[in-house]
Ligand binder design. Structure first.
Ligand SMILES: Cc1ncc(COP(=O)(O)O)c(C=O)c1O
Length: 394
């Protein structure tokens, strides 16, 4: 085998306004270049405690079982579902987006039976439909996606959904991958039993260590399982040995990712979680006003608009992929096209974490306007820019 001739790493300097990853805050990048200590070093044990406290603050919870799972958002997702769902359990999952489908696959692999509550792609679940599905199927576990990245829909009425589940003695798992740190989510107040997230969205941290929280009730079910979870790596009863009081070896934690998450969460605490939710609404609101004033249409109505992921309808006569390719090529700007039932119908424009800033929002509105005009859409770019500037107070 010849020696490969590979040069120095020089990735393009992109503005990341897609469905994730978002741009990483410079302080997080700096934290990632600090030297390693061992994963059982007393100084790292302190860092673990700090990360857990910061995660509790961000999730708005006092849950003891609050940890970063080693791996991407799918790892914290599979830790939640693969531990909570036991063979023979029934899990109720939504059909209104891509990630409900992933929940179903994970529940099946855990030995569960999957039942569905339906809503079209692009709409949230209706609590009445959830109640009807509970009456019909009596599920043990109910999963829902708080911020559906595939459709740009925010699930409202979370406390109403959890109340329905708890009336039936079921456990609630919330996917907060695209909401944690960017959109209001109150784990304790809204009575969510288990919530998982990813760091690369509203926390503006690279993927690699993914937030998870479980209340005592959910953890009691996990620790009471008749047979162990099917994954050794994600088995919470074993991970407890490392993240619980004992601090014993389970696997070598991704130290650098934990450093990164610590810094990203420190930024959340410095800003204040509520101020951060407000900033996301303000920045995404300026983006939304801009695209609407330009003549485009949002896919989701105001009541369930998701500030962290803006689904904008592709105007007639325009090929979505022409626009995304042009933006990448001409502007080094990443946005995404639609998925599944919304393939070809929407652009997915993220406004998350460090990417949710006036400069990036203005850049996006002007670049998108230029791209759409280039491909023949009837858009009023100047009106869009003026509306965005007004909202940004410029
Ligand atoms: C809502 C939602 N859930 C789960 C995931 C899975 O996360 P990851 O791709 O980090 O494994 C994603 C990723 O985009 C997501 O948007």
């Amino acid at each position: 085998m010849d020696k490969p001739d590979v040069g120095e790493l020089t990735p393009p300097d992109r503005t990341l306004m897609g469905p994730g990853p978002s741009e990483v805050h410079p302080r997080v990048l700096r934290a990632m270049s600090t030297p390693l200590v061992g994963h059982l070093d007393p100084s790292f044990v302190e860092i673990m405690d700090e990360v857990q406290d910061l995660l509790r603050y961000t999730f708005r919870t006092d849950n003891q079982w609050t940890i970063p799972v080693s791996g991407t958002g799918s790892a914290s997702m599979e830790t939640a579902i693969g531990n909570l769902v036991e063979p023979g359990d029934t899990m109720l999952v939504p059909t209104n987006g891509y990630f409900g489908g992933r929940m179903a696959s994970m529940a099946e692999r855990a030995g569960g039976e999957v039942v569905h509550v339906d809503a079209p792609w692009g709409e949230p679940l209706d609590p009445a439909d959830v109640a009807a599905a509970f009456d019909e199927h009596q599920p043990d576990v109910f999963g829902f996606v708080h911020a559906e990245t595939s459709t740009g829909v925010l699930q409202p009425d979370v406390a109403e959904l959890t109340a329905i589940a708890h009336e039936h003695d079921a456990y609630v798992v919330a996917d907060t991958v695209t909401s944690l740190g960017g959109v209001e989510m109150r784990v304790d107040e809204w009575d969510v039993d288990v919530a998982y997230a990813g760091p690369q969205k509203c926390l503006s941290c690279p993927p690699g260590a993914s937030p998870l929280t479980l209340n005592d009730r959910a953890m009691a079910k996990v620790l009471d399982r008749e047979e162990p979870a099917r994954s050794w790596y994600l088995d919470l009863s074993l991970l407890e040995g490392y993240w619980g009081d004992e601090r014993a070896y389970h696997h070598t934690a991704p130290i650098t990712n934990v450093y990164a998450l610590r810094e990203a969460l420190r930024l959340v605490a410095e800003e204040g979680i509520e101020a951060r939710w407000d900033r996301h609404r303000e920045m995404a609101g300026a983006l939304k006003s801009g695209v609407e004033a330009m003549g485009l249409e949002m896919n989701a109505p105001e009541e369930y608009w998701l500030p962290s992921l803006n689904a904008v309808r592709v105007p007639d006569g325009v090929e979505d992929t022409d626009v995304t390719a042009y933006l990448l090529d001409q502007y080094d700007l990443e946005i995404a096209t639609g998925l599944g039932d919304l393939d070809g119908e929407i652009f997915r424009i993220g406004c998350m974490g460090y990417s949710a800033r006036p400069e990036t929002v203005s850049y996006l509105v002007s670049a998108l306007g230029d791209a759409l005009r280039e491909f023949g859409a009837d858009v009023d770019v100047e009106a869009g820019l003026a509306a965005t500037s007004r909202k940004l107070g410029e």
